[in-house]
Write a protein that binds this ligand. Structure first.
Ligand code: PLP
Length: 381
């Protein structure tokens, strides 16, 4: 096995997480919705300005909750960008929905809103958006189209906590939005997520679905005298120990984001000349978007160039990785009718995109090492 001097990711760890976990243990409430879960809920609600935020065991599970909340039925169609993680659509496919794969924009790599009119049918129930690398989709156009057709919008905001579009936080546009606290994300508790609810009529049912289909939430609030099975549901609550871990990071959110911003900007400056001399595309961030500094990526001019650069960095002990394979070309995607040529931009980008090491603890020396290694790479023919 190759060992890398500079890994692709090290999970964010501040040291204060262990104090919060110890305190959580001392409260003797380590199941879901304890002291730290409540702190995290309140923090997300107040910071983002969403009606309700609830922690879940993962972003995948928050997406499953979204599919249940929207009452997705077999035969319903759900539009999703082809260039995303499987969970964005798998959660809806689990309810019987048919995925409709949309191509992405060549600049931000987000769902191409110009493709939506031709993909919407009278069976379309939802559009699942992904704000790739934490840069917003074209929300004005998408929300206008969705409301005109009565289609729900779910924002898969796994990359986009604290990103904004025209000053407004992502995760506050769709009826529902989801976050991830997986170890590869800006804020983490190992495995975790959150569901953000902007449509107040979905709040009570979300609590029921998350509590195994019971009205236990109402019971704890003294609103009913026993709790029972009232709806479909599952167990989507993380342990309060995990919430404690996450809370420690939320308390230092500005710090974490400021460091990530420095890393992103250093990459962007350090690679600009090399990229323009070598026909390499760097990330596009429209001026009305404030991003979350989730990742730094390059789009190389060819698959061959990407393969060569991965090897060049590997030879120097640096791990760089590619990202999503287009869903329309996946085994499951093909079973839903996906085929080569459906999403030409996603198919090309998937072969040419490279993600660079990007994490809170990346040192300035490591960062300069990655940049100088890349700048030394010119020969891809
Ligand atoms: C990470 C990620 C997910 C899955 O998150 P989990 O918390 O691991 O379930 C879903 N969608 C996108 C876009 C992601 O990046």
């Amino acid at each position: 096995m190759t060992s890398y001097r500079i890994p692709f990711n090290r999970p964010t760890f501040l040291g204060t997480e262990t104090d919060c976990i110890a305190d959580s243990l001392a409260t003797s409430h380590i199941s879901g919705d304890g002291k730290y879960s409540k702190k995290c809920h309140e923090f997300l609600e107040l910071t983002l300005g969403v009606s309700r935020a609830i922690l879940t065991t993962s972003c995948t599970h928050a997406l499953e909750m979204a599919a249940l909340l929207l009452d997705i039925q077999p035969g319903d169609e759900v539009i999703v960008p082809s260039f995303t993680f499987v969970s964005s659509i798998n959660a809806f496919a689990l309810r019987g929905a048919k995925p409709i794969f949309a191509d992405i924009r060549p600049d931000t790599l987000n769902l191409d809103e110009r493709k939506l009119p031709s993909l919407i049918s009278d069976r379309t129930r939802a559009i699942v958006l992904v704000h790739y690398a934490g840069v917003a989709c074209e929300m004005d156009a998408i929300m206008a189209l969705a409301s005109q057709h009565g289609i729900a919008v779910v924002e898969d905001s796994a990359h986009a906590l604290f990103s904004r579009y025209k000053g407004r936080y992502l995760g506050t546009f769709g009826q529902l939005a989801t976050q991830s606290f997986h170890e590869t994300k800006n804020f983490t508790c190992g495995e975790g997520g959150a569901l953000l609810i902007n449509d107040d009529s979905l709040i009570e049912r979300a609590e029921i679905i998350r509590e195994k289909g019971t009205n236990r939430g109402r019971f704890f609030r003294g609103q009913v005298d026993k709790y029972t099975w009232v709806d479909l549901g599952s167990s989507y609550l993380p342990s309060d120990m995990l919430a404690a871990y996450l809370w420690a990071q939320f308390q230092r959110a500005d710090d974490i984001q400021a460091r990530r911003r420095e890393i992103w900007e250093r990459y962007d400056e350090g690679l600009a000349d090399w990229a323009s001399a070598n026909d390499v595309q760097l990330p596009t961030v429209p001026d009305y978007c404030e991003q979350s500094y989730h990742m730094y990526y390059l789009v190389l001019p060819s698959f061959k160039a990407r393969t060569a650069l991965i090897q060049h960095l590997k030879d120097r002990g640096i791990l760089s990785v590619f990202h999503y394979l287009p869903l329309n070309l996946s085994d499951m995607g093909r079973r839903y009718g996906g085929k080569a040529g459906d999403c030409p931009v996603a198919e090309t980008v998937a072969d040419q995109l490279l993600r660079l090491p990007f994490f809170y603890a990346l040192t300035p020396a490591e960062l300069d090492d990655v940049i100088s290694s890349i700048v030394a790479f010119e020969t891809w023919d």
